[in-house]
Structure formats: C-alpha cells, structure tokens
Design a protein around this ligand. Structure first.
Ligand SMILES: NC(=O)c1ccc[n+]([C@@H]2O[C@H](COP(=O)([O-])OP(=O)(O)OC[C@H]3O[C@@H](n4cnc5c(N)ncnc54)[C@H](O)[C@@H]3O)[C@@H](O)[C@H]2O)c1
Length: 630
C-alpha cells in the first residue's frame, strides 16, 4: 500500500531547540551595550507572534530592525544552530532520509540558515518553504521578500493551500501558526511539540502533545531507530530537579514532564498512575498510599542525599528500585569545613558580630594562621579523606582516626584511637556516619581529652555530639571556637524556629544543615541519579540502589536478558531454570542477589524466546515484576 502521509515540520524551537533570530541577536549584538535589553525585546516579539498575539509581519520587521544584521553573520549563525538541533531529531536522523519525499520544513524563518541545517539530515532543499532575506549593497539585512506568503500572518495556511498535498497531512510544531494549518482544515492532525518550549495556548488545541520526535514516530509506528519504545517510559520530575537531569532523561528518549513544586499525597497518588520513573527531592513524601497506585513505576530517583521521605520497604515490595546521590556534595562540605576553621582560628564570628554592633576591636591576640596547625579528622570516609587532601594543600598537618583501616592520603598521620587524636591536634572535625552506635560518641569525657583552646567542628550528624557537654566546654574556653551545622533536633521547615542550648555562645558558627547545599552539588546530583536509573532500565544494574540488592551487570551482547524480581523465598531460581530447560533455552549467565524482602535474578539467554516462556516466567508464584531487555 502506498504511503499517503505528509509530514509538515516547523523549524524554530521544533527542528532546533532555539529561535534562530535570537541566536542571530547573540551574534550581532555581542558588543552592543544594550544587548540584554534588546535580546529581551526580540524574545518578546517572537513570543507575541508565536502566540498569535501580534501580526507576524510586524513582529518580523521589528525583530530585523533590532538585529541590525549583516550577511557575514549568517555562517556563524548556521554553525551555532547545527549544535542546537533538537535532541530527539538528532537521535532519529534515519527518519529524515527515509521519508525525505514526504517531509516538508515549513517555517516563517529564513531559507538562508534553514536549508544548510536540514539538508544535513536528508531533507530535500525543494521541500523547504521559508522566507528569504533582502540585503542592501553593503550586505546588511534590510528586510525580507514580502511577496512570500510566509512573511505574513496566516502564511503557513496560505502555503499549504498552494501546495495542495494529496493524502494525510500531519503537522509538528510549537507555535500557534502550526496549529492554524489544522484549524483551516488542511491537516489531519496537529502535534504540539514540547521538547524545547511549551506554549500554553496551543496545548489544549493539539491532537497530541508530543514531548519528543520519538513519541510522534511511535504514534505513527515508525520508531525503528530505537530498540524499544523508550518514549513510552514516562518520567515525572518534581521539585525543580536540576535541568541537567531533565536533559539527560530527555536525551535518552524518555517522555519527561516536570513540576516545579512538590505534590501532596492526594495529588501524587493520582499523577503516579502512568509514571514509570519518579524523581523527587526532600519535600515529596512517597508513601505506601501513593505506591498503591504506582503500578507502572520501575524506579525512583531521590535527587538528594537522604531517603527518609520514601517508604523504601514498600517500594521493595512493589519491585521499585530507589536511587539517590550519596556523594555528590562531598566537596561542598569539605570547602565549608576549611572556611569555618579559618574563620574560627581568627575569632571572626565574634569580630563580625561586634562590627555589626558598631564595635571596632582591632587586635591580633588569639588570632592564628592555619598553616602548620594539627587538624584531626574523625571518620576518614568520602568527606574526611577529601578534606585531608584539601587541608594538606593549604598547610595543615593532618591526623585522622577511623573505625576501619583506611589508607593515609598524602602525608596524613593515622591515629589508633579517638583519644590519641583528640590529645594530639589543635582542631577536631567530625565526619563519621550516623550509625546508631555513634549517638553521643562525643561528650564530656571526649571533650576533656582536647587541648585547651581547641577548635571543634561537627558537619556530620547532629546526634553524634552531646550538645550540653559542648556548651559546657565552649563556655569554659577549652573549646575556643566551634562550627556546628547539624543538630540533634532540627526544624523541619524554614518557618519553624531553631531551638538549641548553643544559641548565643561566643565564637560559634551555627549553620542550618547547609554543609552540602551548593549549586554544584545540585548539578552533581542532577547528573548522577539519571545515570543510575538509565543504567538500571537498560542493563538491570542496581549499583548504588538504596533499597535493592546491589548487582553490577556486564553489558549484554548477542543475548536476551530476563529480569525477575520476586518475594524472597526459596526455590524461585530453580523454578526459572526448569521453565527455561523445558523450552530448551540455554542460560549464558545468571546473577542472583537477595535481601530480606526480595530476590533479584538476572538470566541471560542466547536464544529467541516465545511468549509462552514469558507467560510461564511471569506466572511463577511470588513474582513481583518481570522485564525482558533487548
Ligand atoms: N552537613 C551536611 O550538609 C552534610 C552533607 C553530606 C554529608 N554529611 C554527613 O557527613 C558524614 C560523612 O559523610 P561521608 O560521605 O564521608 O560518609 P562515609 O560513610 O563515606 O564516611 C564515614 C566514615 O566514618 C567512619 N566512622 C563511622 N563511625 C565512626 C566512629 N565511631 N569512629 C571513627 N570513624 C567512624 C566510617 O568507617 C567511614 O569511614 C555523614 O554523617 C553524612 O551524613 C553532612
């Protein structure tokens, strides 16, 4: 049967991620003192026209006037735009060459930059319909060809009338003028393309909201380029998860939507029904009640360090793997510790407070450099070890104590007991974890081991220090300065008051548990968590999962991978193998790990399997979830 489909595709913000004239503005206005203002005006004029609120021709004339561009800028514009082709278009390049006779790029932009870009994807030059610039004798862009229907409002409709395409017409675009083609009865369907921008006024008019080209290809049964419909994996990211995470997930081909705030239990229970991957930060509570509705959920990304907000056990029972980003803020904590030590060695917390009260107290008494001072690190884990390296670089003499044997980095000296460390050093900083046994591990007895006039830091966990004892030794002067970021009782929200016996003490830096709170840490988290989730979906690897048994799996070649999650009870692996043997299927690799609640079995097989095998495997009693990869 002949293919009767025609695909009409918009250029700006659809084929490319950006509006080309905005990019041209970046180039031509580079040295203009009013650049920001002018770029803003450009954007507004574009949005007004795209939203159908300003006559297109007027918008275009005013934009060209602001741009004041020359022919010479076009090659650079083309180079920049080539790097900005929409990621799902790049990923599905094959679609353009395969359907080149039926693909039309119809744009109110300009041929001069559109043709060189779309041609690289196999689009035919004669199928590009766009405006063209008019230049003056010096090569300045002075206007556009006004005879061209695309230079006026309703231009796309007029053009489609002229083209008179026989068969079915499908329009993909992000603007009101793309929708108008459908509204004029010239297209069967309009697909609002939201990968780069969402224009509210067309979303409810669209036949389909299309977050990526994959979704469009999937709906048209053309998604050959991808092995399984990744765009069917719906990802919901809440609480302003970092933009990098959104980009990585989109890049992988998932159907990603974002909500800037948290959702309450009710709202999330509703939203979660068709979600495969949920991304949250600390404000969203993922409760058993929400999970009841989470029947498509495969994985949860906690874009933070802690996972107290998630019912991990219930996730396990539903076969949902949870991933977080435990070490993304290590460096941030290290930097704060160093900064605080320097401040405390100079009595700066007091000096700063005095200055705010109008007191000028210039003196060198009791002020010291950190160079050559003995820094004692308790807990030589990720943070402790990194602090060791950075501290040494600025001249500290580093000592450390850890419960387990740790290799000394650089010139650091290991201590064999907490007492030895406390007695030796000038500054003690805690970086132990929050295990139960560490509760109040530093109290009156330990503080008494310290030298007179020591500095003490806790940026680890609140409950490891007996606060009353700390107060006593701060008041007595044995501790002459402290930095405390974590507390046994911390306010749950920014509205709650911070209550502590430590308030008001001298040379004491109190901070609201922000040791790891930096933009860089957020960015690290935004990059780390999606990687873990994508790896889990693509290979079954559960490395660093908070609740799943951790299995690191090899990349699979020339085989199929069966993933079976079941309630942990004996005999299941034998059952799986019996089914495979009965179907004469050879196992090339098998991996099993269990925890108290579930068993996680990966079986690689090198033979085609049929639906009967899958049905039998899914039917094994105790199965929570079953997935086939490749
Ligand atoms: N302030 C913040 O915002 C912030 C940010 C990130 C991490 N943290 C906290 O910092 C701490 C360290 O984090 P990490 O990533 O380095 O953890 P980690 O697990 O890598 O290291 C902890 C180390 O402490 C050691 N340890 C545990 N108990 C000990 C004890 N009683 N005596 C001596 N050593 C002991 C462990 O053996 C381990 O080497 C954690 O408590 C974490 O919660 C705070």
């Amino acid at each position: 049967m002949d293919d009767k489909r025609h695909f009409v595709i918009d250029f700006d913000s659809t084929f490319t991620q950006v509006e080309a004239l905005d990019v041209l503005g970046e180039i031509t206005l580079e040295n203009n003192p009013n650049k920001e203002e002018k770029l803003q005006d450009l954007k507004e004029l574009t949005d007004l026209a795209m939203g159908g609120k300003l006559a297109f021709r007027e918008s275009l004339e005013r934009r060209l006037e602001i741009l004041d561009a020359h022919k010479n800028s076009i090659p650079e514009l083309i180079e920049r735009l080539k790097t900005k082709v929409s990621v799902s278009f790049v990923r599905n390049e094959a679609f353009f060459s395969e359907y080149q006779d039926r693909i039309y790029i119809i744009s109110n932009g300009f041929r001069e930059f559109i043709v060189p870009i779309v041609k690289e994807y196999g689009v035919k030059e004669e199928n590009v319909y766009a405006n063209s610039f008019q230049f003056d004798e010096e090569g300045n862009i002075r206007g556009f060809d006004k005879e061209n229907v695309l230079s006026s409002s309703n231009g796309k409709v007029e053009l489609l009338k002229k083209l008179d395409l026989k068969g079915d017409v499908y329009v993909i675009g992000d603007g009101y003028n793309d929708y108008e083609i459908k509204a004029a009865g010239l297209a069967n369907k309009f697909y609002a393309f939201t990968e780069n921008i969402e224009r509210g006024n067309i979303l409810d008019k669209a036949d389909h909201i299309t977050p990526s080209l994959d979704e469009f290809l999937y709906l048209h049964k053309m998604n050959k380029a991808i092995s399984y419909p990744k765009n069917r994996i719906k990802v919901l990211l809440l609480e302003n998860v970092h933009a990098d995470a959104v980009a990585i997930m989109k890049n992988e081909g998932y159907n990603v939507s974002t909500i800037s705030g948290a959702l309450d239990e009710e709202e999330l229970s509703e939203k979660i029904k068709d979600v495969s991957v949920l991304g949250i930060r600390s404000k969203t509570q993922l409760t058993a009640k929400v999970l009841k509705n989470a029947n498509r959920l495969i994985a949860v990304g906690a874009f933070c360090i802690g996972t107290n907000q998630i019912d991990l056990e219930e996730c396990l029972k539903k076969g949902v793997a949870v991933f977080n980003a435990p070490y993304s803020n290590t460096r941030s904590v290290v930097e704060l510790a160093i900064g605080e030590i320097i401040l405390l060695m100079r009595n700066l917390p007091d000096r700063i407070a005095e200055m705010h009260n109008g007191q000028w107290n210039k003196s060198a008494t009791g002020s010291f450099e950190v160079r050559g001072k003995k820094l004692g690190i308790v807990g030589y884990g990720n943070i402790g070890a990194q602090l060791s390296v950075v501290a040494e670089a600025i001249g500290f003499d580093v000592y450390y104590y850890d419960l387990v044997e740790k290799l000394a980095l650089g010139n650091a000296t290991k201590c064999n007991s907490l007492k030895e460390l406390f007695e030796k050093v000038d500054i003690v900083t805690l970086h132990v974890d929050g295990r139960k046994e560490n509760k109040n591990m530093i109290g009156d007895k330990q503080f008494k081991w310290l030298k007179e006039g020591s500095i003490f830091l806790n940026l680890a966990r609140g409950q490891v220090v007996d606060v009353e004892a700390l107060k006593k030794h701060l008041e007595s002067g044995r501790i002459r300065g402290a930095g405390i970021d974590v507390f046994p009782k911390e306010p749950k929200t920014n509205q709650e008051e911070f209550e502590s016996p430590l308030r008001g003490l001298p040379n004491l830096i109190l901070t609201p548990h922000i040791g790891g709170s930096t933009q860089e840490a957020q960015e690290n988290i935004g990059n780390f968590v999606p990687g873990k989730i994508i790896n889990y979906i693509n290979t079954g690897s559960t490395t660093n999962s908070v609740n799943f048994p951790n299995l690191q799996l090899p990349i699979l070649e020339n085989a199929h991978r069966l993933i079976h999650i079941h309630h942990n009870k004996p005999g299941i692996i034998a059952h799986i193998n019996r089914i495979l043997a009965a179907h004469d299927i050879n196992i090339v690799g098998q991996y099993l790990k269990t925890n108290e609640t579930i068993g996680y079995v990966i079986t690689d097989i090198n033979k085609e399997y049929d639906n009967e095998v899958i049905k039998e495997l899914k039917g094994i009693e105790g199965t929570i979830r079953f997935r086939v990869l490749y």
